[in-house]
Design a protein around this ligand. Structure first.
Ligand code: 5GP
Ligand code: ZN
Length: 106
């Protein structure tokens, strides 16, 4: 998606404070953190939201979810952390590229 800000971050076309990257996903710190640690995990492949996922996204979704606790631990969230996926306008989604919020150390 040429006009998607998270696709541009995934492609390295606009800067972000990345904490993890592999062939399938990128994690970067939220530009307006709502907790002392607040990062976003996104698939490199564009998909608008969780509501736009189907069986073809199953592996990507699993990888995204399993990466969250690893990165949370690396960020020092030993007590635990909060995850959120806002979906659709009614769910408070503002950027329409699927992303998992990870927050901690409140
Ligand atoms: P949503 O409400 O869509 O779930 O959350 C989008 C999140 O993306 C917000 O917390 C917002 O601060 C963050 N965000 C939006 N644009 C950028 C950006 O250009 N860079 C970074 N690092 N975070 C962004
Ligand atoms: Zn995108």
């Amino acid at each position: 998606m040429s006009n998607c800000i998270f696709c541009k971050i995934a492609a390295g076309e606009i800067p972000a404070n990345k904490l993890y990257e592999d062939d399938d996903m990128v994690a970067f710190h939220d530009i307006h953190p709502k907790a002392p640690v607040h990062f976003l995990l996104i698939p490199k492949q564009h998909v608008d939201s969780l509501a736009h996922c189907d069986a073809s996204h199953q592996q990507m979704l699993g990888k995204l979810l399993l990466k969250a606790p690893q990165l949370a631990a690396e960020q020092g969230l030993s007590d635990g952390f909060k995850t959120a996926i806002n979906t659709g306008v009614g769910g408070g989604q503002e950027v329409f590229h699927l992303h998992l919020h990870v927050l901690g150390n409140k």
